[in-house]
Design a protein around this ligand. Structure first.
Ligand SMILES: [Ca+2]
Ligand SMILES: [Ca+2]
Length: 504
C-alpha cells in the first residue's frame, strides 16, 4: 500500500504548476438545487406549490448548503410541467405573481443564493399568441405575418409534422404529441424578441442566468447550428449582463457534450455521470474495482475537457430517481456515497429536490416529480398523471431529527464544499485508483488538496499519506470517523470521503 502514495510529494509540485479550472469559474457555486415549484411548497392552501411557498423554504435551502437554485419553468403555460410557454415575460398564475418572484430573487440573493430559471425556447405552447397569430395568417393566406416566420411551417408532411387545421400547412413538433410547435430560430425578428426576453429576466427581474432546455432540438440533427445558436445566446447574455450563468441540457454522450462547450455556454449537464447507467451508479454497483472504474470515467472527462466547468448530477425531472437507480431502498449509505462522488467529479453539482431525502420515482414523468415530502402533514398535491406514489425514506421532518440521516449527510457534504469550494471545482489529477480507494488532487489558491474516497461500504485498508498532510474535513456514511495517524496511515471507514491539505 505504501507504493500508492510514494510519489505524492513530488507530484504535488507538478500539479501546482498545472493549475485548475479557469478563473472565470471561481465564483460559480459548487452546490446547486433543482426545484419543481408545483411539487415543492404551497403557501396559499390550493394544494399547488408556488413561489411564496418556495420563498418560505429559502432558509432550509440555505441551511442545507445550496448556493444556486434552478427553477423549472415558471412562465405561464397550459401544462402542469410548464415546458410549453404562452408568455415569456410573466409568471404562471398557479405559481404566483411577478412581484412574488422578485421577492423570491431578492431574498435568495440576500442569502447568497443565485437563481436561474428554465428557458425553453426550442418550442412554445400551441396556445402561445405568436402561434395562434401565425396559424390565423396561414388560414387567411396572408403571407406577410411576421409570426409565420417564427415557426417551422412546411407544406410537406413528415413524422414530426402536424397539420395546421384549415390549411394545407404543417408545423414541426420535435416533442410529438405535446402541443409544442418548434420555433424557427433562424428568424432575425424572433432572435430580437428572444434577446429582449433575456434582457427582461436578467436586467429587469434580476435572475442570474438560465437553464437552457433541449439544446440539441434547436436544430435537430445539426449540432453545428445548435452550437452557433448557443454561442449567440451566450454572447447576448454577456452583452446584457456580464457573468450571467448558462447551463445547457445536451442529453448526449461525452464526445458531443465536448463539442457543445465550443459555444461558450458556461456548462452542460454531465449526463454520462448520471442515472443508473452513468459513471457514479456503475462504479458503486460494480462487483469489483469501483475506484478504477470511476477513475477511468473521470480521466476521460478531464482529458476531453481539461479546462471546463462541469455540471455533474445524479438525476433530474426527466430521469428516474437516484435511490432506485442505486438499488438502495434499504442502503442509505450507498446513496450518501453517490452524492459525494458527484461532487468529487468537480464543478457545479446539481441536486434534484427530494433527492436529499432519498425520494423515489421512475417510469412516467409525473412519478419523477412527486410532492416534496416535508412531513405527513405538509405536502403539495401530486402532479396529474401520476401512476405510482411512494416514499421509501422518511420525511424532511423525520430526517432533520436524525443526525445519521441522508439529509444530514447531504448538508455536511455541502458544508464541506462551502468550506473549500476550489477543492471541488474543475479537473483533478488522479493520484491513485486501487480497489475501493480513489485519491484525487487539485491545486487551489489555498494550496494543494487531496481527496481520498472509500468507494465501498466496508471498513478499508490503511493507506499511507504524506506526513505533511492533515485532514481538513472528513465525511462518513456512518458513525466511525477517518483516522490519520502520526506515521501517515489513513484509515477509511465505509464510504468515507476525506479532504486533506498540506500541514502548516
Ligand atoms: Ca399554492
Ligand atoms: Ca427545434
Amino acid at each position: 500500500m505504501k507504493r500508492l502514495f510514494a510519489l505524492w510529494c513530488c507530484l504535488l509540485l507538478v500539479i501546482s504548476c498545472i493549475g485548475g479550472a479557469g478563473a472565470e469559474t471561481k465564483d460559480v457555486p459548487v452546490s446547486w438545487y433543482e426545484v419543481f415549484v408545483r411539487s415543492y411548497a404551497d403557501s396559499n392552501g390550493d394544494g399547488l406549490g408556488d413561489l411564496n411557498g418556495l420563498r418560505a423554504k429559502l432558509p432550509y435551502i440555505h441551511d442545507m448548503g445550496w448556493r444556486g437554485l434552478w427553477l423549472m419553468p415558471i412562465m405561464p403555460s397550459p401544462s402542469y410541467h410548464k415546458y410549453d410557454v404562452t408568455d415569456y415575460r410573466d409568471i404562471d398564475p398557479e405559481y404566483g405573481t411577478m412581484e412574488d418572484f422578485r421577492a423570491l430573487v431578492s431574498e435568495a440573493h440576500a442569502l447568497d443564493i443565485r437563481v436561474i430559471v428554465d428557458l425553453p425556447v426550442n418550442h412554445t405552447a400551441v396556445a402561445h399568441p405568436w402561434f395562434k397569430e401565425a396559424c390565423d395568417a396561414l388560414r387567411q393566406r396572408s403571407a406577410d405575418s411576421e409570426k409565420t416566420g417564427w415557426y417551422c411551417f412546411s407544406q410537406t408532411p413528415g413524422s414530426k409534422h402536424v397539420p395546421v387545421e384549415g390549411t394545407d400547412w404543417y408545423y414541426e413538433e420535435q416533442f410529438a404529441g405535446g402541443g409544442m410547435p418548434d420555433l424557427n430560430l433562424d428568424s432575425e425578428s424572433l432572435r430580437a424578441e428572444i434577446r429582449d426576453i433575456l434582457a427582461f429576466w436578467l436586467t429587469d427581474v434580476g435572475v442570474d442566468g438560465f437553464r437552457l432546455d433541449a439544446v440539441t432540438s434547436y436544430y435537430t440533427g445539426h449540432n453545428d447550428q445548435n452550437i452557433a445558436f448557443l454561442a449567440w445566446l451566450k454572447e447576448s447574455c454577456e452583452a446584457i449582463k456580464p457573468g450571467s450563468f448558462l447551463v445547457g441540457e445536451c442529453w448526449t454522450g461525452l464526445n458531443t457534450i465536448v463539442e457543445y462547450y465550443d459555444s461558450g455556454v458556461d456548462c452542460f449537464f454531465l449526463f454520462p455521470a448520471s442515472q443508473a447507467e452513468g459513471w457514479v451508479c456503475k462504479a458503486l454497483l460494480a462487483r469489483s474495482k469501483p475506484a478504477e472504474r470511476f477513475a477511468a470515467s473521470l480521466q476521460s472527462l478531464y482529458e476531453a475537457l481539461p479546462d471546463a466547468l462541469y455540471a455533474p448530477f445524479l438525476c433530474n425531472h426527466d430521469t428516474g430517481r437516484t435511490v432506485p437507480a442505486l438499488q438502495a431502498r434499504t442502503l442509505p449509505d450507498r446513496v450518501k456515497l453517490a452524492h459525494a462522488l458527484v461532487s468529487v467529479i468537480g464543478g457545479a453539482a446539481f441536486t434534484y429536490y427530494g433527492d436529499e431525502i432519498g425520494m423515489v420515482g421512475a417510469g412516467e414523468d409525473p412519478n419523477k416529480r412527486l410532492a416534496m415530502y416535508w412531513s405527513d402533514e405538509e405536502m403539495t398535491e401530486q402532479p396529474p398523471g401520476v401512476t405510482k406514489i411512494e416514499y421509501a425514506y422518511p420525511s424532511v421532518a423525520e430526517q432533520e431529527a436524525d443526525e445519521a440521516s441522508l439529509l444530514h449527510y447531504i448538508k455536511r457534504l455541502n458544508q464541506m464544499k462551502l468550506a473549500w469550494p476550489e477543492a471541488f471545482m474543475g479537473r483533478a489529477e488522479i493520484r491513485s485508483a486501487f480497489g475501493n480507494v480513489l485519491a484525487l488532487a487539485r491545486e487551489t489558491a489555498d494550496g494543494p488538496c487531496l481527496i481520498v474516497a472509500n468507494l465501498s461500504l466496508k471498513q478499508t485498508e490503511v493507506f499511507e499519506i504524506n506526513q505533511k498532510q492533515t485532514i481538513f474535513c472528513d465525511l462518513e456514511t456512518g458513525a466511525n470517523t477517518a483516522l490519520l495517524e502520526d506515521d501517515g496511515r489513513l484509515t477509511l471507514p465505509p464510504g468515507a470521503v476525506v479532504l486533506l491539505r498540506s500541514g502548516d
